[in-house]
Design a protein around this ligand. Structure first.
Ligand code: NCD
Length: 320
């Protein structure tokens, strides 16, 4: 992709989280992603930037959009993409993450995309393998490509990120999406509010440069962006909310609650959505929703990230 290749060299070999990226690194990835959007909108959707490169998707948690998005991104760049089906692999026979990774590493892939239920899994892998590693979600830690695709969606709709007020609402405690978004939005100068019942807030939230709002009315007032999060019931050991009905009443996004946000506020959700739990269908499918744009931007962001990490101008032996 000539446009992207004229952009400055991206300085990192892995993408393990938003933490550690500078505002310049983030903008560089978003600029590259902007250039990648047009490829997916052409009838001929394939370029040869990653021709001859091998991408392995290693997903230990089920995923629809993230895995298919990484797969399409790699294929559109011309890479050979392999999806490791963990459910039917040696992992089921007790193989450890590191042993699986070392086996795959011996097949000399160029890039490994990992999703894992444990925080830190991607960083651990990056120390053990010889190729680039992308974190596609590690436990409740980070999900950097989701934050990047959210930022791209916002930047394209609003023209900027700095100065915007973004309300992130719902299950902040279990959400890697929230954590990565808070880091990214703060890095680019947005004002970030979080809205959640106290049981769904992490203990360290006060140190994350966000305004904590106990009600939707306070959190959404004058907001430019309303980002809803899924209630991650699979990560909950006990009862964090009294009932789903009550949760929707207080924290679910409906037309009435959205009224206090800016008239042109964007409504976002990373998916998968629980309709009627954190978001009403009329809002999810309504005129302010950019949920489908987020999915489209996901492919572009993942193309941009893989291109940037595998930039042929970089000496592949460096370990930065
Ligand atoms: C998110 C995830 O897996 O962290 N989904 C996604 O990547 N599209 C959010 C979620 O599962 O709620």
């Amino acid at each position: 992709m000539t446009e992207a290749q004229s952009l400055p060299l991206y300085p990192h070999r892995h993408l393990l989280g938003i933490r550690g990226l500078s505002p310049v690194d983030i903008e560089l990835l978003l600029d590259r992603a902007d250039a990648a959007v047009s490829i997916s909108r052409q009838s001929e959707k394939k370029v040869s930037t990653l021709r001859g490169r091998t991408q392995i998707n290693l997903f230990y948690e089920s995923s629809t959009r993230t895995q298919s998005s990484f797969e399409l991104a790699g294929k559109r760049l011309g890479a050979d993409v392999m999806n490791m089906s963990v459910a039917s692999s040696s992992v089921k026979k007790g193989e450890t993450l590191i042993d699986t990774a070392m086996t795959l590493n011996a097949m000399r892939p160029d890039i490994l995309i990992i999703r894992h239920q444990s925080a830190g899994a991607a960083a651990l892998l990056a120390q053990k393998v010889g190729c680039s590693v992308v974190n596609a979600g590690d436990g409740a830690h980070e999900h950097p490509t989701q934050a990047l695709l959210d930022a791209l969606t916002i930047r394209r709709a609003k023209g900027r990120i700095g100065g915007l007020t973004v309300a992130i609402c719902g299950d902040i405690l279990h959400s890697r999406v929230a954590r990565s978004n808070i880091l990214l939005l703060n890095a680019l100068g947005a004002r970030v509010r979080v809205v959640a019942p106290s049981t769904l807030l992490p203990s360290g939230i006060a140190d994350m440069s966000v305004e904590v709002c106990p009600t939707m009315a306070e959190g959404l007032k004058g907001a430019d962006v309303v980002m809803m999060l899924r209630l991650q019931r699979e990560r909950m050991a006990g009862a964090f909310v009294p009932s789903v009905r009550e949760y929707f009443h207080y924290f679910g996004l409906d037309a009435k609650k959205l009224q206090v946000a800016k008239e042109d506020a964007l409504v976002m959700h990373p998916g998968p959505m629980n309709r009627g739990v954190e978001i009403a269908s009329e809002i999810a499918d309504g005129p302010q929703s950019v949920i489908q744009e987020q999915v489209e931007m996901g492919v572009a962001v993942r193309m941009a990230v893989m291109e940037a990490l595998l930039d042929p101008r970089r000496n592949q032996d460096q370990t930065a």
